[in-house]
Design a protein around this ligand. Sequence first.
Ligand code: HEM
Length: 439
Amino acid sequence: MATAEDKMREFLRRQIDPREFDAPAFQKDPFPLYKRLRDDHPVYHDRFHNRWVVSRYWDVDSVFQSSEAYTRGIYEEDGPYEFGSKHVFGPNILEYGVGDRHRWLRNIIAGQFVGQKLNDFLPVIDMIARELIARLGTGSDGKGGFELVTEFSTQFPIRVISNMLGLPREDEDRFVDWYQALIAGLGFGGEHLARGIAARNEMWEYLEPLIEKRRKEPGEDLLSRIIAAELDGKRMSMEEIKGFVALLLAAGGDTTDKAIANMWYHMLYTRPDQFAAVQKDPELWSNVFTEMMRYDPVVHMQQRRATQEIAMHDEVIPKGAIVLIYLGAGNRDERVFKDPDTFDIFRDDLHMGRENRSGRYKDGKPGHLGFGMGQHFCMGYAMARQEAVIACTHLSNALVNPRPKVEDHPGISSPSIDSGGFRSPQELWIEFDRKAEGW
Ligand code: HEM
């Protein structure tokens, strides 16, 4: 029988020190704390940071799905916050909770990233991947290999989205620099925020004449659509258009680049055995994408505010409280996935196909939580998958015998200066023998 001392020890073992969330160990490897949260504190009241933490799969699902009980918006029509005043991107869709204006903004761009429009755009995605691969040379680091993050993954999605917006191709390098500063500004305060805002202002100055030009001579591009969209007979202001573009460059660029790096990291280091199968059958890159979005997603956490009192497990979250949704923890919930801490592209308990905002699938399997769900479900979900799969397929077809260049890799981590709190490897050196014929 457990003694009082055993019980006390067990009680202490279960306690969570909220400062653990700020510790370097958590930034490096959050999964042990996630497990303790799921097991012992499924709804954790972090009094130190004045917030609540939700970590089990179905609880994360319920918070994402319930736009009556939670809002993401920091802007409210009758609230004190001036729209766009604090966000590094300027005024944008991320500041809205739900409602007509949020729905309208989603609708302007929604069709662009899915279905036929996306299919029509695939040749451009293909072209940009090929151009970047053509630049990779054996020996770019002096020793025979290349660094995936700087030479490929941070270059690729930003060029895709700026192309979709119809921005001049010759200025793509400038967009790569701007979006990196924006993202660093989003995730960190102080000088990073100042640099992010400076980059945004520079980018805005650059965009203004382009927007004016498209107003007069609209094209087929996404920027023209954003400019022309009307709600109740009103179009967006110049500031709102620029904020929207900044958001799309960052949302479309920053997340997908890290997804590509995470996929390669896990193939090279975690599952070289499965990488052999992927090289034989490149269609499996789609499974790599899905399992990466479960096991080690780019985005681990989203935030909401409770708009009413909510009872969950043994706790009551008060109205107005900040709620952190740890989707990275929900994805490793052993109540939902077998061996959740194993990266396995052949797992049969995960929906492997396209995602949707309801998270409910015909095959009856649960999906990953990496794109969120519900009202704010990622709008680029289909495009991100296409981009990542096309890029990875071309890379693995082009490189003969790709392998890790460094044996001891520090792994995937967050945050770091350029990551804005998202998780990805900071560097990933890849060696290969030569390029395959035709590359
Ligand atoms: C692997 C890549 C990506 C990941 C991991 C990702 C992740 C996410 C997540 C988790 C959310 C939900 C935010 C919330 O619930 O508060 C979100 C929203 C959003 N994403 Fe993505 N995203 C990716 C790619 C993209 C791309 C390529 C685009 C556009 C080109 C995009 C545009 C957006 C937009 C506009 C929203 C806001 C939707 C709204 O508030 O209604 N994302 N994304």
